[in-house]
Structures are given as C-alpha cells and as structure tokens.
Write a protein that binds this ligand. Structure first.
Ligand SMILES: NC(=O)c1ccc[n+]([C@@H]2O[C@H](COP(=O)([O-])OP(=O)(O)OC[C@H]3O[C@@H](n4cnc5c(N)ncnc54)[C@H](O)[C@@H]3O)[C@@H](O)[C@H]2O)c1
Length: 311
C-alpha cells in the first residue's frame, strides 16, 4: 500500500522528500514544472521531459530506460517522478518494468493528478490511438502531495481535475463546489481509495464505478476533439448523461458547452472502442446504489438523441 502525505508548501514537502531518499536517486521532472518551481529542484540529478500524451508511448519509455541505464540507475535506486497525470502514468509504468521494478516516489503537480490519477496504482501508456491500453498495476511506494504546485497550474488544467471531482461528488453523494483546499484533496483521495482498495486489479466490478461519466466523455474527446472538449468538460457532460439515463439529473452542472447533434451517430460508434466496453455499451448508473448496465447501441442512440435535445 502506498503511503501518502499532504503538504501546503514546498518547504514541508521537500523536508519529507529529503528524509526518504539518499544519493542513489533520479528525478524525472515535467520540464514546465521545473521552470516554474526552480527552488524545489535545486541541486537535483534529473531528467526533464515534456508532459503530453506523446510521452505515454513505447518509444519515449525506451529512450528514458536507456537514459536510466546510462546514469547507472539500478535495482536499489529510487525514481522520483514530478508532474501531472501523464508523467505519473508513464514514469510509473517505467518504474514497474525497469529491471523488473524499482522504488518509485510520485509527486503529482496537477489538480487531476492530486485528486485522482496519483492513487490506485494504474500506470499506463498508449498503443497508437488506443489510450492507456498497455500498463501495469504498480503503486508508488510514497506519494507526496504539495498544494503549492497548483499555484502555477493554468485554469484549463484545473478544470480537468474539476470534472473528476464532479464525478466523485456524484458517486459518493457529496455536494460539488468550486473551492480547492488541501482538506478537499485529502477527502477526494479517500473517496477514490474506497473504490479501489477492495478491487485493486479491477476485477470485481467495484473499481469500474470510477469510470462514471467516462463512456460518453472519451467518445466526445475522440469525435468532437480535445480542442472543443477539455477532459474535465467532457467528464462533466458525460456525468450529466449518466444521470439522465437514470432520470437523476442535478442542477449543478458547471459547464454550458453542448454536444453537436450532428455528432450523435459517431459518438455511439466511438463508444464501442472503449476497452471497458467490448461488446455492448456499458454505462454506470446511479440507482439506489451504483450499478453497471449494458445497452444495445441502438438503445443508446435513442437516449442520446433525447439527451442532446434537452442538454
Ligand atoms: N492512472 C490513473 O488512474 C489516471 C486517472 C485519470 C487520468 N489519468 C491520465 O492522466 C493524464 C492527464 O493528466 P493531467 O491532466 O495531469 O495532464 P498532464 O500531465 O499532461 O499535465 C497537464 C499540463 O499541465 C502542465 N503542468 C503540470 N503541472 C503543472 C504545474 N504545477 N504548473 C503549471 N503547469 C503544470 C503540464 O506540463 C501539462 O502541460 C491522461 O493521460 C490520463 O489518461 C490517469
């Protein structure tokens, strides 16, 4: 089980970090974060990487592994990754396979990573267009959350995390609000862990509830594109559709962006590509409790037409 510590500022976070490492350590850092928080990285032996989905592929992992080898990183070394969800997914994967697994400390720096992706041990890279298809279940031995990193995070990326927060507010029946605080981050981490701790390997259908809202969200990102839909906005819309399917829509949806009626057919086809939905289309519904329900594509087409006319 990963140990998780929460801090309000760099000073306290660094003190903890320094107590966890010796000289046999390598930092793999998001280059933007390194530039924006120079004091945090002073005198650290590091590799800088550009954070994007492009990092999450075989080629980048191979290049990084070769760099580690050159720097004589071995089985008793520690890798510290510092960045958002892309860095956590990719470097976690690398840490899990490099020499069959090395000690990994993760420091998430986006809101999405601090409330969601840094917990639960899912590491991943993409296989061509198939997002997160390759990966491992490998938890960071220690995760350090430092709120000060969020002071430089652009609004667009805050919104990505807010979409996931909205999902958590629905599946845990909490109120959603705009406010960000360390105590809220801790609360969201606890909610996530309540879903994965009994189903770490995603086998008994408990962990699947974390995918609430994502069937439509992923299809929107694919069909209407990530220029129109940030991940957070797509998740807000996806959650609203799941609530619509159970006739439990809420009135606190914080986005106005709507689905283009011309996209409906393509969206239903794109839902078929989700790796969690191989045959029929699975949706998570909020009945008295969360349930997974399978739909025929033509049923979803009708529901989606109705939803789009009422969005
Ligand atoms: N493993 C999981 O359980 C899980 C869950 C949800 C999402 N994910 C994955 O997370 C990824 C998205 O993560 P993300 O939204 O954090 O994106 P990201 O890692 O690409 O970061 C977003 C942008 O913010 C920049 N950035 C990071 N920290 C910053 C800071 N403190 N100040 C200023 N800029 C900063 C990055 O350089 C990047 O440009 C996706 O690949 C998704 O698949 C994984």
């Amino acid at each position: 089980m990963s140990r998780i510590f929460f801090y309000n500022d760099h000073e306290d976070c660094l003190e903890k970090l320094n107590s966890l490492i010796d000289e046999n350590v390598i930092f793999i850092i998001d280059s933007k974060v390194k530039k924006l928080h120079p004091a945090f990285f002073k005198d650290k032996k590091s590799i800088s990487v550009v954070s994007s989905e492009k990092l999450k592929n075989f080629e980048s992992i191979e290049q990084l592994a070769l760099k580690l080898l050159k720097l004589q990183v071995n089985r008793s070394s520690t890798i510290v990754s510092i960045g958002g969800g892309c860095i956590g997914d990719a470097i976690g994967f690398l840490a899990s396979i490099y020499m069959r697994g090395v000690r990994w400390i993760n420091i998430p720096t986006t809101y999405l990573a601090q409330i969601d992706s840094a917990y639960g041990g899912k590491t991943a890279i993409n296989l061509k267009d198939y997002k997160n298809l390759l990966g491992s279940f490998y938890e960071a031995q220690v995760t350090l959350v430092d709120l000060q990193f969020l002071t430089t995070l652009p609004k667009k990326h805050i919104l990505s995390g807010k979409g996931e927060e909205y999902k958590y507010s629905i599946i845990s029946k909490h109120k959603y609000d705009e406010y960000i605080s360390l105590s809220k981050i801790k609360k969201l981490q606890k909610i996530k862990s309540s879903f994965y701790k009994k189903d770490f390997f995603d086998r008994n259908d408990k962990r699947i509830f974390l995918n609430f809202g994502h069937t439509l969200a992923h299809a929107l990102e694919k069909v209407e594109g990530t220029t129109k839909w940030s991940h957070g906005e797509a998740v807000f819309r996806g959650c609203d559709f799941n609530l619509f399917l159970t006739q439990k829509r809420r009135d606190d949806l914080p986005i106005k962006k709507t689905i283009d009626p011309k996209s409906i057919n393509k969206l239903v086809s794109a839902m078929g590509y989700d790796k969690k939905n191989l045959k029929k289309i699975k949706f998570i519904l909020l009945e008295d409790q969360l349930v997974v329900k399978e739909f025929e594509k033509k049923e979803i087409l009708e529901y989606l037409k109705d939803y789009v006319s009422k969005q």
